[in-house]
Ligand binder design. Sequence first.
Ligand code: NCD
Ligand code: ZN
Length: 346
Amino acid sequence: MSQSITIRRPDDWHLHLRDGAMMQTVLPETARHFARAIIMPNLVPPVVTAEDALAYRDRIDAALPDGADFTPLMTLYLTEQTDPDDVQAAFADGLIHAVKLYPAGATTNSQSGVRDFKNVRHVLEKMAEIGLPLCIHGEVTTHDVDIFDREQVFLETVLDPLRRDIPELKVTLEHITTSHGIDYVREASGDIAGTITTHHLMINRNHMLVGGIRPHYYCLPIVKRAEHQKALRAAATSGNPRFFLGTDSAPHLDGAKETACGCAGVFSAPNTMSCLAQVFEEEGALDKLEAFASLNGPARYGLAPNEATITLEKRDAPCTYPAKYDTPDGPLTLFDPGTPLHWHVL
Ligand code: NCD
Ligand code: ZN
């Protein structure tokens, strides 16, 4: 007998759509299941000004398949040159929904990120005043901090001081990967929320490193120990409104991943909803899937939840997502959860 669940259409609160040919390939995959997504601005060059965001939004709209019901929610990439008036105007126009903070050097295309917080304080104060959320890649980049500790150290040495300094700032701690990040977001006072990715719910560092190194599981922040994965699963399935889905689906061509120095990013847009249904079922929390994927995010961003719904059905026959997608520039590998998926999106 098949089991099914119907929820409001989900949104993705952290997505890399890229540009050009790659966007043509990946955008329809997100638009198939998701109604909206927070679009990451780490293009080369990055989306820094309102003018950049408007032009990027136009390119996304032009690349959407006919009849697709998808709204890109744009963001600006915070640099030490960002003009607070430009940010304010873009927010007032409804063009942008968040500003993204990358500590310089933290991840893919983050060279233009923030080196000294003193130089962006006036922008953050303006954001606090107008209620514009700051999405944070929460890792320190100092070379003497172990890569597996970079999130925890960021919480103590950067995030907490920053939030004490500007307590009214609305913060989204993105792609949380540790129990420390979960505890911080759960317990902190003030206006804070956190996103969790699909892949961090399904894999830990053993999946990436035992029996061979699997470059398609390499992402930033890097996957941690199983005990952290457990904390992420507990938070995501708890129904706590501070936690919601940000897939961090981040496509890179196979050639850039399967190499001596492969780049970070997991492409999970097509099978995310099947993965999530499986995780929530395993945790005995299918009734919390809608909160995580479709309700908590819009509430946080001051938007109404989607009216449309999607239905997932559990079948004996596993889903048949392609292992790879063809782009004009070469193949792109889909996130492999390492286990058959039985929840089909109808
Ligand atoms: C992202 C990318 O490829 O743009 N990579 C990743 O591993 N998540 C950048 C990011 O969000 O850190
Ligand atoms: Zn990302």
